[in-house]
Design a protein around this ligand. Sequence first.
Ligand code: AKG
Length: 178
Amino acid sequence: EASHNQVMRFGELPSWAMALSDSIHDAVLSCSIHVPTDLESCNGRRNELVSPFPSDLLWRQPLFDQLIANLYHPGEGICAHVDLMRFEDGIAIVSLESSCVMHFSQVEAEGGESSSSSSSANRKKIPVYLNPGSLILMSGEARYEWKHEINRNPGVQMWEGHELQQATRTSITLRKLR
Ligand code: AKG
């Protein structure tokens, strides 16, 4: 129905989402690289695995047990937020159907200054362009210390000097409950 724009699933995921989870696992493995460490300070370890998802998260079982599918119509987005603490570290979002820009902004420090120069409106936002099929992985600092948002108000979704054509967008967010 037109009014339904979000579905959630907790616990055992449907088979298509399990397949997606496996693909994410494989994608992370394929872009993890071994970087040589300084031999004098490596205490016997010659390589360090640099991965977009820490290995303790990547190998947990199950990798994900909660999903949200969000459907966005043109002009619709999602406000800046950090995902609830009821979810573990290690969150994946697959972006589908149309392109958009997700912005990341640092969470305000508690008890921080209240001057206008430190207000959230003035905080630097880091834009990340998402194609259909883009995968966002958030862990550690990115998951806990940065908010993410998608503002699809007219005139806002710019990339490389061009306004993005608004179209329907679907995202699949995969997380693990604590
Ligand atoms: C959420 O459901 O909490 C999201 O942040 C979804 C983001 C997206 O649609 O890409």
